[in-house]
Design a protein around this ligand. Sequence first.
Ligand code: ARG
Length: 592
Amino acid sequence: MPTERFTLEEMLSGWVRETLAGSLPAAVLEGADLSVAATADERFGDYQCNAAMALARAMKKPPREVAGLLTAAAKPGAVERMEIAGPGFVNFTLSADWMAQRLEQAQADDRLGVPEPGRGRTLVLDYSSPNVAKPMHIGHIRSTVIGNALDRLHRFLGWRVISDNHLGDWGTQFGLLIVGFRHFADPAAYETSPIEELERVYVKSYEQSKADPAWLEGARAELVKLQQGDAANRALWQSFVEHSLREFDGIYRRLGVSFDLTRGESFYNDRLVALVADLKARGLAKESDGAWCVFSDGALPPKEDPFRKQEDGEWKDIPCIVQKSDGAFNYATTDLATILSRAEEFHPDAVVYVTDERQQLHFRQVFAVARRLGVATRLEHVWFGLMRLPEGTFSTRQGNVIKLERLLDEAQTRALAVVKASSPDMPAEQQWEVARAVGIGAVKYADLSQNPQSLVTFTWEKALALDGNSAPYLQYACARIASVQDKYRERFPGVEPRRFPIRLTEPVERQLATRLLRFADVVQRAARLYRPSVLADYLYDLAQTYSTFYQNTPFLKAAEGVRESRVRLCDLTAQTLRRGLDLLGIEAPERI
Ligand code: ARG
């Protein structure tokens, strides 16, 4: 069965455009928002279009009259009824037969009828990107988990995705690390737990630099030597990188995350000299106190200008430093070189970065400089709030870092207790396997289900809840459906429900069906807005609707035909929940 070319919203809004094109001037329709969206309340139909109000303003006509152009036209095949509501909303109620048919088509398609609008387009996705020689802590999990969900969503929608783990392997920390390592490292500790030892060395060296300016100078000198290719420093650096990668890989394996590329900042090192020379030659970088900086070109209104800010009523410059007075290059310099390199190599349609909120100014500046260098690719910074524990923010400095490894261990241990309580008869090995999927899923979902820009307070109760908006709730919903399917097969062996049509007669069947039909639009919206939470919210709503359906509708006791139609709705719900969880990077064990 072929995949659909359009989602339901696209189809309806296409119909609106076509219908209005017959009676309104093209100039009015050109930039107009003709979108049709699913309604939150079925009293307003299944879909609603609000275009009449704005169009009426442009036409100087009453909005209900413009809305009437739609309701007077021949209905699209999907629609049973159209009504004008309030000032000029047009409500569409879908035809139950059409819905049933579309659901049958979705069921016969692995993609559940989701179109592939990304075909032929390339996305470079820069996410996770931890810093070498530092343990990944709970704050890094958001970039990894959100980035990975965006990766899966785009691939599913047909994009060619190049995921790149842009390791912080070239920052100023290496100066402090190198001097620190030479003075304080314990070789045995470095062998057994390298990152922990590097972190200890780094913290000591950092403290020393606060008290001792000569130490700081020494660290700077080592950094410059490293950047200029000094053999001894390079070898040390190489060993830091390799040890860190080994540890990161263990975590990625546990999280089920992999990258197409793992190019650290160092990969772009050879381009920095020429880049800065070019910025100087074009007059984009100017000298200021010995450093080379990019300043505002005044092209943007002051409020949007990333190179200026207002302080005590005065406008101040915030330069983007591309080369420091000691000759060293900056984080921004590397990011500029990275953009140019990615543009050359991949010709992407978009480059998307996933980091925490603190890097907003950095990316706004880097994107603005890239524009001035002639880069036309869409550049997006997807930022998220820092994750908090009830007792406060995670911070490396304060030493209350919860390391990712420990968090995942704890998640699995707690999930195991839950699984043992709910499935005491399951073999121990399977309990472990389920606890792994549930624990890791819970941690991921706790991130993904929130608006990424809101402040997240992590609690175990919320993350592992079996009844709230949580991964375990959705995983249990899948497993419960699997047991309904088992029961059906036991009672009616050899009957293939798909030989019977889907029929939507009860209101709750219709409610479930409208939700199932929204999947394609939800997946596209989650990708377009870079917001996995859009999909998470949908899955939660779907699981709740399913549970109302299941509790209020007889299955096995229903008449033949009705029974099979209901089993098919169960199957399709399970297919949709599993596909949705997979797009979020969450496993759904067959049995729980
Ligand atoms: N390594 C950086 C950090 O941990 C994140 C890098 C994000 N990507 C980029 N191209 N700047 O803060």
